[in-house]
Design a binder for this molecule. Structure first.
Ligand code: 5AD
Ligand code: SF4
Ligand code: FES
Length: 365
């Protein structure tokens, strides 16, 4: 029997851009074949482990003005906050005792001296409090190489900075074209983090205004060619107090944005079997079972929110973000049930470092 096109592509060592476009456009049985193949790769290479990262949304104070983001500098409706040190340490202690084993500390982009040393001090205290046992991911945007070094020296070992889109022209439709939003600086930041031996993560939004399926294929090839260790990506969701809201009628329907996100995860898992891929919170916004479905097609990381509830309203990057009123303990049990639904187990007490990272730094082919 002649091989069907889908099986022919899936059997390849390396996908071309056309292959990826084909896979992104699959429907019906072909789509099912793709998603099942991705799940099989995950189980074979990584097992059915879901790793937790306690997510702390440290501050919504941001110097940038990204056109898609609800906490952009010019959105005057947002009340700005940062979580005071004692409350951060309290949340970290919760995560530590709950055996999350890793943290993600995220916030708006600031690079003033005061901020940089505030984070440095915080990292020192977190290390002491947790006996240096937790994996620590930072996500504070573009910083100087010295800052990345400083934070690494006090315990940060992973860094997430989404490229948002790998297509330069599209990047400038999503950001002001100025020094502060420079696509080449974003690339440079990723390169510097990698050179400093951070586990380096990036990601994109899916279903952005002006974005084409070909652009998403480029994104996947970018992750592969840049050889990233971790990826977090999810659907774009409009926010009414942002400039991109004016294009809301031109977007793909939410169900399409969700489905494209699932296929993006699945294809990436096949292209990069040993990286960490997050089931993003934005997926859950568009589909009640969004994160479970992501786990089923290759994602292996979840980020239960540990931000004190009173600050969560302040961190609305997009509409209808989930977990607004649920505290850390509620998110823990909610997510655990979801992981089991997906047939996975929560790998409590394991940092869940990117396998790809070990291979990369030890130069194992
Ligand atoms: N929809 C989806 N994701 C968004 N982000 C920011 N705004 C939105 C939005 N409207 C994502 C960006 C950023 C991350 C912190 O949140 O990709 O890198
Ligand atoms: Fe700031 Fe990040 Fe939002 Fe851009 S996406 S405005 S850098 S918080
Ligand atoms: Fe927060 Fe479900 S994960 S309520």
């Amino acid at each position: 029997m002649a091989m069907t096109k889908i099986n022919e592509i899936l059997a390849k060592e390396r996908f071309t851009k056309d292959d990826i476009v084909f896979l992104l456009n699959t429907e019906g049985d072909d789509r099912k074949t793709l998603l099942a193949a991705a799940n099989a790769v995950k189980i074979k290479v990584l097992g059915n482990n879901a790793y937790y990262r306690g997510l702390l949304e440290f501050s919504n104070i941001c110097a940038k003005n990204c056109f898609y983001c609800g906490i952009r500098r010019d959105n005057k409706k947002v009340e700005r906050y940062f979580v005071p040190e004692a409350e951060v340490l309290n949340a970290v202690e919760y995560a530590y005792h709950a055996k999350y084993a890793s943290l993600v500390i995220q916030g708006g982009e600031r690079s003033d001296k005061q901020f940089v040393s505030q984070i440095t001090d915080l990292l020192k205290k977190i290390g002491k409090l947790t006996n240096h046992e937790m994996g620590i991911t930072l996500s504070f945007g573009e910083q100087s190489n010295e800052t990345y070094e400083e934070w690494k020296s006090v315990g940060a070992n992973r860094y997430l900075i989404r490229i948002e889109t790998s297509v330069r022209d599209l990047y400038y439709k999503l950001h002001p074209e100025d020094k502060q939003h420079d696509y080449s600086k974003r690339l440079q930041a990723l390169a510097e983090l990698k050179a400093l031996n951070y586990q380096t993560g990036t990601g994109v939004m899916i279903g952005l205004p002006f974005q084409r399926v070909e652009d998403l294929a480029e994104d996947l090839m970018f992750f592969h060619d840049f050889d990233v260790d971790m990826v977090g990506m999810g659907p774009y969701i409009e926010h009414e107090d942002t400039p991109l809201f004016q294009y809301r009628n031109e977007l793909w329907p939410k169900s399409t944005r969700f489905d494209m996100s699932l296929k993006m995860i699945a294809i990436l898992r096949i292209m990069m079997p040993d990286i960490n891929i997050a089931a993003s919170t934005a997926m859950q916004t568009l589909d009640k079972l969004g994160r479970e479905k992501a786990l089923k097609v290759g994602a292996n990381v979840l980020m239960p929110n540990i931000t004190p509830v009173k600050y969560r309203e302040g961190y609305l990057l997009y509409e209808d973000k989930p977990c607004l009123d649920e505290d850390a303990a509620e998110c823990k049990s909610c997510l655990e049930a979801r992981v089991h639904l997906a047939g996975d187990r929560v790998a409590y007490g394991e940092q869940g470092n990117s396998l790809h990272y070990y291979r990369r730094i030890n130069q194992i082919p």
